[in-house]
Design a binder for this molecule. Structure first.
Ligand code: ZN
Length: 597
């Protein structure tokens, strides 16, 4: 073995050195001569990034490569970053650089002589695959990284595969996560290069450590999600102009022509930002998160006198039965005897507004039980409850309110789902309108000017997409043919086989403007519930013990999490393989739901 101490003794001169040459990555770093003043014979040269000036007292090849590929805040030229991303991805750097140059670390390695024996039992390839699977597990299951050094966990892994070298926590959080991130970023780029009509989701969050973190999430039209970046804006003031520049950086890096919308919540600076971006790129539509809209709608309904009165009565009943032991016990008994499904009365919590539905629904569910108690055990009730329950139409009114709240609850749940598009919003709004209309029993029928409104809206969008007069006229003609279900648009939509996207792709014609518009509309993801989901994952990553995780590591873990979940069928090698595709989907969804909450 060549003693690489020799090469390190020679400082920064460019003279050709004997021994193994330094890794090429050093060309992007200034060498800091080893510090010999402290008396210790520390012979390892330090490194300083030429781009961001970050310093290391000891330059480790693998750390330096990861820094250039993933972490450097003043990013090196794209081709440099791409090169090191690839090197990291292929693992084609010699990690032993560091170990060989460090004589002092050798005794630690040798302390486990059994390692050498065990290593014989697993191939390098097996070790690599196990390491990858382990990294995936830690990132997606949001398990604290220190678990990897827990003796019981190590024992468990060793029972499964005695030859597997269980990594140290520091290796897991650096080398392994870096290499895996490089793979994920490379795959992500490949996948995004084929996509169009992307939506950028943007949301801010204050971490447990008080940092102001922003997520930039890229959503595709078929429900896949990729974390572009997680940025720490704690030191910046979040003006519209500042955020605009950040968004434009992201958009231009991926390719501005690939995006069709930006979605975010309703914070005023973000609204301003989205509008600023749309001024620069008119084809990128600013979208407000639909779930927030519907939340507002629902709170408006609850504020109506009629609804407020009903909810107040329901609350009184629920509170009474929760507080009165005798009353609660007899109600419970009735519920059991009548085999009422879904359990007892549910509380209404103002901030979690879907509970308004749950509360009214539970009253209706327990209607007969409540009536029985009123008839047979009224001595257990107080006068207020008796008068509520005796009120004419009480249950009828609760039922009506429930009827209105149900589609709203469903809409919220549907719209927060990953694969929701603008088209689903429209359908859910129509369902809600129908529910309200049915109550009033006054059917106004189809609005005569609806078609005109649709056409005008379509034209205004078409103009933003850069359409001229001729194509605009053709578009209107196509929309009118579509509304008449004339040829070309007369194919049945087969549920379960067709998606909105491939139904439209089937309608082929020259100058297919309507198809372009429809695909665009079906691609916009109108909810940034996903961003909130990732913040809750971040919350898990950053629980009490781990507030020290830095932003770039968090970004990498989140990128991996999003990528694995979006491409789970390819990423899972063994689990659920005995299930049919459908069963796999179900099992996957159930487990992912747990993962997401
Ligand atoms: Zn740097």
């Amino acid at each position: 073995m060549i003693d690489s101490e020799d090469e390190l003794l020679i400082s920064t001169s460019n003279r050709k050195r004997p021994g193994r040459p330094k890794n090429e990555v050093w060309q992007h770093f200034n060498t800091i001569p080893a510090d010999s003043t402290n008396g210790k014979k520390d012979l390892h040269s330090g490194a300083a990034c030429k781009f961001c000036k970050q310093k290391w007292s000891r330059g480790k090849t693998s750390e330096m490569i990861a820094h250039l590929a993933l972490q450097c805040p003043k990013p090196p030229p794209p081709e440099v970053r791409a090169l090191y991303l690839e090197i990291l991805n292929n693992g084609s750097f010699d990690d032993n650089d560091d170990d060989n140059s460090s004589k002092r670390s050798k005794p630690y390695k040798q302390s486990k002589i059994t390692n050498h024996v065990e290593r014989l039992t697993v191939t390098d390839d097996k070790q690599r695959r196990c390491s990858r699977a382990l990294t995936k597990f830690f990132v997606t299951c949001v398990v604290p990284l220190w678990i990897v050094e827990n003796p019981f966990f190590i024992d468990y892994l060793k029972e499964l595969c005695p030859g597997f070298q269980v990594p140290k926590r520091t290796i897991l959080s650096t080398t392994m996560i870096n290499v895996e991130t490089a793979t994920v970023i490379a795959e992500m780029k490949k996948k995004l290069s084929n996509e169009t009509n992307l939506t950028l989701g943007l949301d801010g969050w204050t971490s447990p450590a008080g940092q102001s973190l922003y997520i930039f999430l890229i959503m595709t039209s078929d429900g896949k999600e990729y974390i572009h970046s997680l940025k720490n804006f704690s030191k910046n003031s979040h003006t519209g102009e500042f955020l605009k520049n950040e968004i434009i950086k992201v958009i231009e890096e991926v390719g501005a022509e690939k995006f069709c919308s930006i979605v975010s919540d309703h914070a005023s600076n973000v609204v301003l930002t989205k509008n600023l971006v749309s001024t620069k790129y008119p084809h990128i539509f600013p979208i407000r998160c639909i779930a927030h809209h519907i939340n507002l709608l629902s709170s408006d309904i609850i504020k109506l006198n009629w609804a407020t009165n009903i909810i107040t009565c329901c609350k009184k009943i629920v509170t009474f039965f929760k507080q009165s032991h005798a009353g609660g016990a007899i109600l419970q008994q009735e519920i059991v005897e009548n085999m009422i499904k879904g359990g007892g009365l549910k509380k209404y919590v103002i901030t979690r507004w879907t509970t308004a539905y749950d509360c009214t629904d539970s009253i209706i569910r327990c209607k007969n039980a409540l009536k029985q108690i009123l008839e047979n055990e009224s001595q257990l009730l107080n006068l207020e409850i008796i008068s509520i329950l005796r009120k004419q139409n009480f249950f009828r009114n609760v039922k009506d309110l429930r009827t209105i709240l149900l589609p709203i609850k469903k809409a919220i749940i549907n719209l927060e789902h990953k694969s929701t598009t603008l088209a689903d919003c429209f359908i859910n709004l129509v369902i809600m309108a129908t529910a309200i209309k049915e109550l009033s029993q006054t059917n106004t029928g189809l609005q005569i000017n609806t078609f005109r409104i649709i056409c005008e809206k379509a034209l205004s969008i078409w103009k933003l997409l850069g359409g001229r007069e001729k194509s605009a006229n053709e578009l209107i003609a196509q929309i009118s043919n579509y509304s008449l279900k004339s040829k070309l648009y007369d194919f049945e939509f087969v549920t379960g086989i067709h998606t909105v996207k491939n139904w439209w792709l089937m309608c082929k014609q020259q100058n297919n403007h309507i198809q372009k518009l429809a695909l665009l509309m079906a691609s916009i993801v109108p909810s940034n519930a996903s961003c909130e989901r990732y913040f809750s994952i971040l919350g898990w990553y950053m629980n009490k013990r781990r507030t020290s995780l830095n932003c770039s590591l968090l970004q990498n873990m989140l990128q991996m999490h999003a990528y694995y979940v979006s491409n789970i069928s390819n990423e899972i090698k063994h689990a659920y393989k005995e299930l049919s595709d459908e069963g796999f989907e179900d099992a996957k969804i159930i487990n992912l739901k747990m993962m997401m909450n």
